[in-house]
Design a binder for this molecule. Structure first.
Ligand code: ZN
Length: 202
């Protein structure tokens, strides 16, 4: 699948000066919600991801996504795999699983995001699921920002990747953009201000 083209066609590959949730700056931003607003495309992406997971022989009982970003991708993946879907959400900054979702002892959980950058939120969701008795069997995302090593890619993970090495990470593509510390950002040096994606209608 031509994931980059799908993002471009949906105007979901934004160019500008962005403040990422990590505090770093980037010239590009992937707005997956714009891709997933089309349920047919969401379904096709999820089927491709489900096929990779099944081909790798990973057994899954339940998909768990960190809200809000991972929910649409995770729900579609759960549908493709014919599995249950739950989500984790932040309450006062802390990731929790609430709303009556339960996890059985030994339940096989796959954590799904829309995009994995360093995997921080995915890892937090995984830890909550583990504390409830779940076993993390894998991570998945529509796209990998190039910090973590995904199954089937030559791109090596970086030290900043937070995902563990002992479970597989599945994604459909690598989008490797430079990100900058604010003090070293060339866009800041040009005098523009980094904006938080979503805060000004993007
Ligand atoms: Zn900047």
């Amino acid at each position: 699948m031509q994931i980059e083209q799908i993002y471009k066609d949906a105007n979901a590959l934004l160019e500008g000066h962005f403040l990422l949730s990590s505090g770093k700056h980037s010239q590009y931003y992937l707005q997956s919600a714009k891709v997933l607003e089309n349920p047919k495309i969401a379904e096709e992406l999820a089927i491709a991801l489900a096929t990779m997971i099944q081909a790798h022989g990973v057994e899954v009982d339940t998909i768990c996504s960190p809200a809000l970003g991972g929910v649409l991708a995770g729900y579609e993946l759960a549908r493709s795999l014919g599995k249950r879907f739950i989500f984790a959400e932040r309450v006062n900054g802390e990731m929790t699983i609430r709303r009556g979702f339960d996890i059985k002892e030994g339940e096989k959980i796959l954590v799904c995001e829309d995009i994995i950058t360093t995997g921080g939120s995915a890892l937090e969701a995984a830890r909550v699921a583990q504390n409830m008795g779940g076993v993390i069997v894998g991570y998945a995302a529509l796209a990998n920002r190039g910090f973590c090593q995904r199954v089937g890619s030559e791109l090596k993970g970086k030290l900043t990747c937070k995902l563990p090495n002992d479970v597989p990470f599945f994604a459909l593509a690598d989008f490797e953009f430079d990100i900058y510390e604010p003090t070293e950002c060339p866009l800041c040096k040009l005098g523009t201000k980094a904006i938080k994606p979503g805060s000004r209608g993007n």
